[in-house]
Design a binder for this molecule. Structure first.
Ligand SMILES: NC(=O)c1ccc[n+]([C@@H]2O[C@H](COP(=O)([O-])OP(=O)(O)OC[C@H]3O[C@@H](n4cnc5c(N)ncnc54)[C@H](OP(=O)(O)O)[C@@H]3O)[C@@H](O)[C@H]2O)c1
Length: 340
């Protein structure tokens, strides 16, 4: 194992200790190809990245590639990486929240990934709805629902059952807000271990980030590079790009690094777990090395902390439960759950 000169010793990669005592590698490989990278190419990247030192993989049923990633994980394990060294996350999609759907949907993911347990299973979004893959940003599902806490708890109870059965080591949330998490933490029998949320230098979410950490949850940061390859439907004219920020460019120059690497160093040093996507060996290896070598100085960390622009890139428009509704309603911007 790890004969390749490019390989990074997984023991050198920082990790986060969860409330359970388990350790999660503090960088993962994202597996959503933004509709432009094939599932086959992503599965190949998973296997190669695993051989080169990645241990954490962020999957989801809605990425439609778990059946391809499964064989890659199997080969990785057959090549000598122990299952217990891996951290595999998956997520329950929005059209599978109903009590009867959760367990069968989970088993489909487990079978596709060719595993007998998951390290982390997340509720992908707190809103039940259906939309066809790749649909336009203006698509509206007439049956879309707002956040209804009683319904969310019914879904959560099914996740708790999966933990009881030893099929999932940890359960968690994604795309939550402080008021929604407060209710969940009040009512959960098994607490969420992690919250997956958009996090990059232009969207630092300080209040939610601090809340998550104060509650003993780990913050997993998606779009850590500002998702430069995201689909057209997820772009608006107001969006900004952290990898083009002059401060990031200046720090990158000082480190002889790509701006993407600076975003990842910042993320890992701030205490979140970035899950950058790439299916290009040069890039995914640079990303892993970024969190192992050549840390940012305190002054650089402070300079990046000042770059927050509250620029949310993944707004979730298609998950609105009413027609012509502002996407901001999804995010409880007034500090209370937006009424139905
Ligand atoms: N929970 C959720 O709701 C949610 C939402 C969105 C995403 N996610 C997860 O988060 C992961 C990451 O998000 P993302 O893929 O949208 O955004 P991202 O990781 O911020 O950006 C990925 C893009 O950055 C480029 N890139 C990667 N490393 C690079 C490097 N070293 N130098 C230059 N460019 C580089 C990639 O291009 P190349 O392919 O050319 O390298 C790709 O286009 C997803 O794959 C998914 O697993 C979760």
């Amino acid at each position: 194992m790890n004969q390749d000169p490019l390989a990074v010793d997984p023991a050198q990669v920082p990790s986060r200790q969860l409330a359970s005592g388990a350790r999660m590698p503090a960088i993962g490989l994202g597996t959503f190809g933004s509709d432009s990278v094939s599932g086959e190419a992503i599965a190949e990247a998973v296997l190669d990245a695993g051989r080169l030192g990645y241990r954490h993989f962020d999957c989801a049923a809605v990425y439609s590639n778990e059946h391809l990633i499964g064989p890659a994980l199997k080969k990785l394990i057959a090549s000598g990486v122990k299952r217990e060294e891996l951290w595999v996350t998956s997520k329950l999609w929005n059209d599978k929240h109903s009590e009867k759907d959760v367990v069968p949907t989970f088993h489909k993911t487990l079978k596709d990934l060719q595993l007998d347990y998951l390290d982390l299973y997340l509720i992908h979004w707190p809103f039940p709805n259906f939309h066809p893959p790749g649909c336009d940003v203006n698509f509206h599902d007439p049956n879309a629902k707002p956040y209804i806490h009683e319904s969310y708890m019914k879904t959560w109870r099914q996740l708790e059952k999966l933990v009881d059965e030893g099929l999932v080591r940890h359960i968690g949330t994604s795309n939550m807000t402080v008021p929604k998490l407060k209710l969940l933490l009040r009512d959960a029998r098994i607490r969420p271990a992690c919250n997956e949320m958009e996090l990059h230098p232009h969207f630092q979410q300080p209040e939610l980030f601090e809340y998550v950490r104060a509650q003993g949850l780990e913050a997993i940061g998606y779009c850590p590079l500002g998702s430069p390859g995201r689909p057209e439907r997820d772009r608006t004219p107001e969006d900004t790009s952290p990898t083009e920020d002059p401060v990031i460019l200046g720090i990158a120059k000082a480190h002889g690094a790509h701006p993407a690497e600076i975003c990842l160093k910042w993320a890992a040093q701030r205490g979140q777990t970035p899950i950058p996507f790439s299916a290009k060996r040069r890039n995914y290896m640079a990303n892993l090395r970024a969190v192992v070598q050549d840390p940012l100085t305190d002054a650089e960390m402070t300079a990046i902390a000042k770059l927050d622009r509250n620029c949310r890139l993944i707004k979730g428009q298609v998950f609105c439960w009413k027609e012509n509704q502002s996407w901001e309603d999804l995010w409880d911007v007034n500090g209370v759950i937006t009424p139905a």
